[in-house]
Design a protein around this ligand. Structure first.
Ligand code: FAD
Ligand code: AMP
Length: 478
């Protein structure tokens, strides 16, 4: 007799493990299946995000930024440090410890919530049965009332740059360099390429980013993207736009990269090359031929607005379905699905998912961009507040960038908040909260913001929408 569960989740990333916890909280008998093993060879829950994504990359970004500050900025404050050195294995070891603590924490949460964990590969069969192939090769079939597919994503590979995890690495390999590459190439100026490029640039690598598109950060607000490009270039990132990589040749410990841009075919030699050209959904051996679950034309599992697949009682969430490949999007979909299984009417607001690039300064946004609103023919008012006018930003030596608030010209409703600058992610989250409650720029402007804070720049930008900014010259006066 197969074990029976109310909910079986395949994949324990931020989508799957959050869904499992919420389902268990709601009284559902829940199981989760995960196959990933960490550096110690043991089962590690938490998915891409905790093991080789959000958290380890932020650990390295924080370490490398501290090094950069000690090296470059402390002297401005009158602090002398002598010769500042970075021990890369210690930095990477600290990152590994954080990963271990967090993934261990997820296991503890499973236990605390009474979620049964199966180690192995999960596959959806017909009739909501789930086959688990365990590490020792044995197979168990579970019966489920509901199944949640949360198998995530993995790096896209491109034929001109095959990953060997030695010289040519993907994002996972780039989290584990044991020394600082002299010359580092990055293919792809997306979120991951810019974050990982920044880590190693701060530690001394000469970084060249090769991006096939002519436009930098095409999804971001154009004004923000332009400023971000200027700031990152000033930091030493050599960002080549319109540069398509067509080939690589590993020569000993180096790699020669061939690419073509407006100047024709060119070659550059690097000590390491990071391939960061996007991620694709993981569906290998996930669905039996007769499972009934369908995919879209790009290989994502097809779901509706509530993450229901083509089979009643089977749901899919996170990176394996349409939409932003972000941990918080995966988790909120997990909560929504668990609650809908329990009979609630939970919905998700897909219009207000914040996006963040954790460079320094950060680049973050929520809602619509100026160019997309103009393309839709929406009349807008825009308010901008530069951090150069913020006392708190000056005190922190963080004056690069600005806050931009976009509001509907007719209703004054805030439609987008975009920030490049210090604590951009936190500021944008304030915008997201306000927007969720349908705020107008005037509402935001009428709120009392603590002084001196970086948040005051959000206040100023909201005031500037209607020409009422106090500390910056208004584009339009009222
Ligand atoms: P995943 O986290 O990919 O988890 C899926 C899990 O399912 C994996 O553990 C996998 O082993 C398991 N699995 C797959 N198939 C099976 C199967 N058949 N049986 C059993 N187990 C299976 N997002 C952010 O929001 N913020 C960030 O700062 C951020 N930084 C990132 C940095 C990097 C370098 C990378 C690579 C990604 C980053 N992301 C970030 C993206 C984020 O990691 C993903 O959006 C998120 O992990 C998606 O969650 P998920 O649960 O859908 O899938
Ligand atoms: P993202 O999907 O945000 O991680 O970004 C990946 C980036 O890689 C995109 O901006 C792509 O244009 C870029 N890219 C994909 N293939 C190539 C290539 N062969 N050469 C250079 N850039 C590429």
């Amino acid at each position: 007799m197969s074990q029976k569960f109310d909910v079986v989740v395949i994949g324990a990333g931020p989508g799957g493990y959050v869904a499992a916890i919420r389902a268990a909280q709601l009284g559902k008998k829940t199981a989760i299946i995960e196959k990933y093993t960490g550096k110690d060879g043991k089962l590690a829950l938490g998915g891409t995000c905790l093991n080789v994504g959000c958290i380890p990359s932020k650990a390295l970004l924080d370490s490398s930024y501290k090094f950069h500050e000690a090296h470059e900025s402390f002297k401005l404050h009158g602090i002398s440090t002598g010769d500042v050195k970075m021990d890369v294995p210690t930095m990477v070891g600290r990152k590994d410890q954080i990963v271990k603590n967090l993934t261990g924490g997820v296991s503890a949460l499973m236990k605390a919530n009474g979620v049964t964990v199966f180690e192995g590969h999960g596959k959806l069969l017909a009739g909501k049965q789930v086959e688990v192939t365990k590490t020792d090769g044995s197979v168990e079939v579970l019966a489920a009332e509901n199944v949640i597919l949360a198998s995530g994503s993995k790096p896209v590979e491109i034929p001109p740059a095959p990953v060997d995890q030695k010289v040519i690495v993907d994002s996972t390999g780039a989290l584990d360099f044991q020394n600082v590459p002299g010359k580092l190439g990055v293919i792809g100026a997306g979120v991951i390429g810019l974050e990982l490029g920044s880590v190693w640039a701060r530690l001394g690598s000469q970084v060249t980013v090769l991006e096939a598109m002519d436009k930098f950060l095409a999804a971001a607000d154009e004004q923000i993207a332009k400023e971000a490009q200027k700031i990152l270039t000033k930091q030493g990132l050599d960002i080549r736009l319109g540069a398509r990589v067509t080939g690589t040749e590993v020569k000993g410990e180096q790699v020669v990269v061939t690419f073509s841009d407006a100047n024709g075919e060119q070659q550059l030699t690097f000590d390491k090359l990071i391939v960061a050209v996007g991620r694709r959904p993981v569906t290998t051996n996930l669905l039996a031929a007769d499972s009934g679950v369908t995919m879209d034309e790009r290989g994502f599992i097809f779901v509706d607005d509530f993450c229901a697949t083509s089979v009643p009682g089977v749901y899919a969430i996170g990176d394996v379905v349409r939409g932003a490949m972000l941990a918080h999007k995966a988790s909120e979909e997990g909560v929504m699905v668990a609650e809908r299984i329990a009979g609630h009417k939970t919905q998700m607001n897909y219009d207000l998912i914040p996006g963040v690039i954790y460079t320094h300064p950060e680049i973050a946004w929520v809602g619509k961009t100026e160019q997309s609103l103009k393309a839709e023919g929406v009349e807008i008012n825009v308010g901008v507040a530069p951090f150069a006018a913020s006392g708190r930003a000056m005190a922190a030596n963080e004056t690069a960038g600005f806050v931009k608030v976009i509001a509907d010209a007719k209703t004054d409703r805030v439609l987008g908040v975009h920030v490049v600058g210090p604590s951009a992610a936190e500021l944008v989250q304030q915008g997201a909260i306000a927007m969720e409650f349908g705020t107008s720029a005037e509402d935001l402007g009428m709120m009392v913001f603590a002084h001196p804070t970086l948040s005051e720049s959000l206040h100023e930008a909201a005031l500037a929408v209607n020409g009422h900014a106090i500390h910056v010259a208004n584009r339009k006066k009222r």
